[in-house]
Ligand binder design. Sequence first.
Ligand code: FRU
Length: 463
Amino acid sequence: MTLGKPIYHFTPPANWMNDPNGLVYHEGQYHLFYQYNPHGDQWGTIHWGHAASTDLVHWQPLPVALAPSTELGEVHCYSGCAVIDDQGVPTLFYTSVGEGERNAETGAEQWMGTSPDGLLTWVKFEANPVLTSDIHGKDLIVRDWRDPYVWKEGDCWLMVLGGSVEGKGCALLYESANLQEWTFLHLLHTGEENLWECPNAFRLQDKMVLIYSPSDKVKYLVGSMGDDLRFMKEQEGFVDHGGWEGYYAPQSMLAPDGRRILWGWLPDNARGEMTEIQGWSGVQSIPRTVELRPDTNTLRFQPVAELQGLRENPYELPKTVWTQGHHKLETKGKAVEIIAEFELAGSEASFGFEVFRSPEGEEQTTLKFDVAGGRIVLDRSRSSQAAGVHAWELTALYDMQQHKQLRVHLFIDHSIVEVFVNEELCLTGRVYPLRKDSEGIRLFVQGPSVAMSSLCAWNLRGI
Ligand code: FRU
């Protein structure tokens, strides 16, 4: 077993992986492509790796799908998407980057390819590029223009791209009737951050959702988009609070049953200077469904139900009032799922879980619900005995006193803590326990007591 390597989250057999790309369902299979360096465990010579699944849980590794066309000056195949065109042909779009004039900041182009054999191999379009920055005219200068995401509305194909205009991150909108000739429509939205990467736009009920990665915590906007294709923001929130320490550059797809499913890259930046792990870097999150809560226009995130098939060794606790202190659970492991519900009414006690805990607590990672402080904290100060790892805490603001109940849905997997709180807040963090015996789990309470209505836990099988 390779240290830190997750067993039920997707990773390629070896080497570097970043963003999920080209997510599409076709002829009975979900396809996951991803930013991939076949030559090592650092970012570089970016190809598209490929895997497919029939159940969203088990993934079959497939040959590399896309390689840079060095003879055409292409050095990297940056992020992009896949769609099935009107004739049923799988078609992908991505950002082509080279060197010199073709650098990522000012010289990126958008390229297209089609697959003659069910997404296994790809032929790049002869007339590439399909979009160059000339499309914006002289007056609009877009830097770091990249990461096409394409979808269909009525008879029309739409594409959103990320970038930066006058130092502000933004998403830009384009239109096409045939996927080959594109027109620039307008700036869809602009933010306060310097850069927006990997924008995703999709409809949920009568709303439009825009997800983007601003080189920080991934955010979402919910708004309206009418016939003029202008976006009016009504609500905003975080997709996940992990950022560079846990969750970045997500992409979504539509499943055949209508679910909107999101994957994100769980970066390994938090390894810092540690030397114990070599040969691989980067993980895909578990697939999450995204739904709209019509009462608040905010998003609801849940792990896909298919993951329940990995559960074994069920462990259950009845309603319990936990008093101040630490309470060891009779379940343990480095690949565990826990669902626990707490009653918040009338209590100000802080509480939470210690996971990846060695018997004497030399290593442990603490997930704390600081009710009075209105914060959820992933404390990594003792997560690893390795030198050089990132040990600072990851936090998410959450006003628990506004809620009667707290539903904690926690997944741990060797170097991952991925938690869903009340199906509306996600926090993913990376930690690197070194010890084999760092697999204990405790519940703790600071303050008089906390009432738990239920707890279920399982070990999860590898995929
Ligand atoms: C996000 C990102 C994308 C880009 C890709 C390059 O992580 O920077 O904007 O296309 O990674 O690998």
